[in-house]
Unconditional design. Structure first.
Length: 220
């Protein structure tokens, strides 16, 4: 399990707050236009994870990029050199918001006993506010058992103290999920969860785990 993370600084000003699917679409479009053989049956390889880009929200569906904003991309180590070369200095059009990927660097995910994910999604048979948290957590536990990760999971809370219910727009459909907190991880399981992610839509920014200290540093 050798994964690397590629981080890019950004040149640009704004992005849609909900940009996960549009970011993925822009990358796929570039691959097709440049005829680069990195697609897997017209999609990004399933082992690729892409993070949504952080910024300062304007409360009107948009974020302002700042010094902490990064494009982050995890992949198997053997794929990293090709992705690094291809993505460097690429210009992405995210629904009319233009960003350039600059100053790339390769890093290893850091181990942490506690990890968070902004949004994890599962396909539940039915979704209602009363039962969804139970079935969501059950799905998390089953998914973690499948990748042999042993830890405690809980739904994160938002700034108001409510369950962190969030959504991702894919074309004309809203996909619902929750922010997730995972505690009690050993070093091996911490790396495994960050490299494999959890749930679906991992090309769109979902299932991306990070150490809690990143959240503190980005808020500073």
């Amino acid at each position: 399990m050798n994964f690397l993370e590629i981080q890019f600084f950004l040149r640009g000003q704004t992005l849609p707050a909900d940009h996960g699917y549009s970011l993925y679409s822009a990358i796929k479009k570039l691959l097709k236009e440049n005829q680069v053989d990195l697609l897997n049956e017209d999609n990004l390889p399933p082992e690729i994870l892409i993070s949504s880009i952080s910024g300062i929200p304007n409360k009107n569906g948009m974020i302002y990029l700042n010094k902490n904003s990064r494009f982050r991309f995890r992949c198997p180590a053997e794929q990293a050199p090709q992705w690094y070369r291809f993505l460097q200095n690429q210009v992405l059009d995210i629904r009319g918001h233009i960003i350039r990927l600059i100053q790339p660097r390769l890093t290893l995910p850091e181990t942490s006993e506690i990890l968070k994910a902004r949004l994890v999604v599962f396909r539940l048979e039915q979704w209602n506010s009363h039962d969804a948290p139970f079935y969501f957590l059950e799905s998390c536990k089953k998914a973690m058992e499948k990748i042999e990760v042993n830890a405690q999971v809980s739904i994160d809370s938002n700034y108001d103290g409510d369950l962190a219910l969030r959504s991702l727009k894919v074309k004309d459909k809203n996909i619902l999920g929750y922010g997730l907190l995972v505690e009690g991880l050993n070093n091996e399981d911490s790396l495994k969860l960050q490299c494999y992610g959890l749930g679906g839509r991992k090309h769109f920014g979902c299932g991306w785990f990070y150490p809690v200290k990143e959240e503190i540093n980005n808020a500073a």
